[in-house]
Design a protein around this ligand. Structure first.
Ligand SMILES: C[S@@+](CC[C@H](N)C(=O)[O-])C[C@H]1O[C@@H](n2cnc3c(N)ncnc32)[C@H](O)[C@@H]1O
Length: 201
């Protein structure tokens, strides 16, 4: 379990192409979410943590979102992304541990969750919630997908339930949406919750 806290574990997964989570495309529910955002949202500060190959970041970029930042502590996918999007601002490609990002330095209007929560050590879930809340501006939101199933293994992905998420997030977030995603990728149909939560003042 400890190993998932280490960049080397994930870097090696990329180097050996052991990336079963990688859909090779923007996640359909997140694409649909992005597509319905108004033009005025395109300048908002957005963070995609644990972005991996970052198809969502690429999609946001292609749609004209101008202030998107990704963080991942594995170097390979960031390098690959920078090759695919050579004009993407280098200072918005952060190779670092999400838990060390300084909220004094970074503040976002919204943060996009996509198979990052399930990748961290479950013992760090409250820390994840606190760090997400700290990185959001007042009224900022956390949007994305969380698995709604148990995987029953001692390695990622680590699953969970709606009840657990409600308990963990409610101290810091108003949960506006937490419901079974109707437009998931076929491989994840019925097994993920779409979430939208607003940070509490
Ligand atoms: C399961 S993968 C998901 C990648 C991507 N979101 C996707 O859906 O394809 C989890 C990603 O989170 C990154 N990661 C895990 N823990 C991290 C941490 N503490 N800080 C930064 N990145 C982390 C890993 O390097 C990996 O790229």
């Amino acid at each position: 379990m400890e190993k998932v806290n280490q960049a080397e574990f994930w870097q090696q997964r990329y180097e050996t192409d052991s990336i079963g989570w990688d859909m090779g495309e923007v996640s359909p529910p997140l694409k649909a979410y992005i597509d319905q955002l108004p033009e005025s949202a395109k300048a908002q500060a957005i963070l995609v943590p644990g972005a991996g190959n970052a198809y969502e970041v690429g999609y946001l970029r292609e749609q004209g979102f101008t202030n998107v930042t990704l963080v991942d502590f594995a170097q390979s996918p960031i390098e690959a992304f920078a090759k695919r999007y050579p004009d993407f601002p280098a200072e918005h490609l952060i190779c670092a541990d999400f838990f060390t990002l300084s909220p004094e330095q970074y503040q976002f209007d919204w943060i996009l969750e996509q198979t990052f929560f399930c990748a961290i050590n479950p013992l760090r879930r409250d820390e994840y919630v606190e760090q997400m809340a700290a990185l959001l501006k007042p009224n900022g939101r956390l949007v994305g997908l969380l698995f709604d199933k148990a995987f029953g293994r001692d390695e990622p992905p680590f699953g969970g339930t709606k009840e657990e998420y409600q308990q963990r997030f409610q101290p810091h977030f108003e949960i506006e949406i937490m419901e079974t995603s109707y437009n998931s990728h076929p491989a994840r149909q019925g097994s993920e919750l779409f979430i939208q939560m607003r940070v509490k003042a």
